[in-house]
Design a protein around this ligand. Structure first.
Ligand SMILES: Nc1ncnc2c1ncn2[C@@H]1O[C@H](COP(=O)(O)OP(=O)(O)OP(=O)(O)O)[C@@H](O)[C@H]1O
Length: 302
């Protein structure tokens, strides 16, 4: 069952069309990622879903509710991660949880949530005295305190160190196991690959692909890359002549051979016939990064 439906969403800022006809449906219990480079229209899309921005075209439903028409009801169903700057510096963790849970008809047990998030020892700590990771975890707790059916998390792990990032991913898995549908905005490939069931890839306001991370990679092709240092000069033509090989490039002292099928076997057989040893040989599969470049024509960081 679709819990979020976005159909032909258009949002303009003056002359600039930030979101241009984006459609997708998020199923109940999914972790659904919105992936795209800076300025792609990800935040604008989720802000329309959250009812914070009014669309210029298209339709949105969250649990059957129009976010613009019934924002009061939406607040009870949808938990959004706050931007950190939205909390007063002197507010204590306990006060924040009590205040936010008072906004909801059927709030979750906030002590339980704080415990799961590892913040129990910080209940009497002011917001300004929390570390970056603790602030981030508090913002997740506040997104979940209303016992929402849907949680929208924007740039969940930006600014966290690698360990805190991994801990946050584990936490999001736990939240999903509580039955919450999660919409996650990210520009971290590893996060998208590790957490999301499906990804909407957005570029310049348009949806360019919608699939599982593995599906996106498979969609690009089954290209592989082999990297090695030849022990003796090798005529590239002996490799390019192979039907499995699509290209041979030199990278410093290494050769990078790209191709499909049983590339490794074909290349190593040719090397053996030519009495060339492949030092430091590595096989690299297509990654989500490669898929992103193939889909959008650029790297996510560019
Ligand atoms: N309030 C606004 N007024 C005018 N233009 C805006 C406004 N908010 C966003 N934009 C523009 O709309 C486009 C999409 O912005 P949006 O914040 O949705 O992108 P994003 O994919 O979330 O980017 P980022 O990853 O950098 O947060 C950008 O070109 C941005 O400059």
């Amino acid at each position: 069952m679709a819990i979020i439906e976005v159909n032909g969403l258009v949002k303009r800022y003056g002359e600039h069309t930030a979101v241009n006809g984006v459609s997708f449906a998020v199923e109940q219990g999914e972790i659904f990622g919105i992936l795209g480079p800076n300025g792609a229209g990800k935040t604008t899309t989720v802000e329309c879903v959250e009812g914070l921005r009014s669309p210029d075209g298209g339709a949105i439903r969250v649990c059957g509710i129009d976010p613009q028409r019934d924002s009061g009801e939406l607040r009870q169903l949808l938990g959004a991660q706050l931007q950190q700057s939205e909390l007063p510096e002197k507010l204590k963790v306990r006060e924040a949880m009590e205040l936010y849970s008072s906004f909801y008809r059927a709030p979750a047990d906030w002590r339980d949530l704080i415990d799961t998030l590892g913040l129990t020892a910080k209940l009497d700590t002011q917001f300004r005295q929390l570390s970056g990771g603790q602030k981030q975890r508090l913002s997740i707790a506040l997104a979940l305190v209303g016992g929402p059916k849907v949680a929208v998390l924007d740039e969940l792990t930006t600014g966290l160190d690698p360990q805190a990032r991994r801990d946050t991913w584990d936490l999001i898995e736990q939240v999903r196991h509580r039955g919450v549908t999660i919409m996650l905005v990210t520009h971290f490939m590893e996060e998208a690959e590790r957490l999301c069931d499906r990804l909407a890839v957005i570029d310049s306001g348009r949806l360019v692909a919608l699939d599982s991370p593995a599906g996106l990679v498979a969609r690009v092709d089954d290209r592989q890359r082999i990297r090695f240092q030849p022990s003796a000069p090798l005529d590239h033509a002996v490799l390019t002549a192979l039907p499995e090989v699509t290209s041979v490039e030199r990278a410093g002292s290494q050769l990078v051979v790209t191709g499909t099928g049983n590339l490794l076997l074909a290349v190593t057989a040719v090397l053996a016939r030519n009495q060339v040893i492949a030092a430091g040989l590595r096989v690299e599969q297509t990654t989500l990064d490669d898929a992103f470049v193939a889909l959008t024509g650029r790297s996510i960081d560019s």
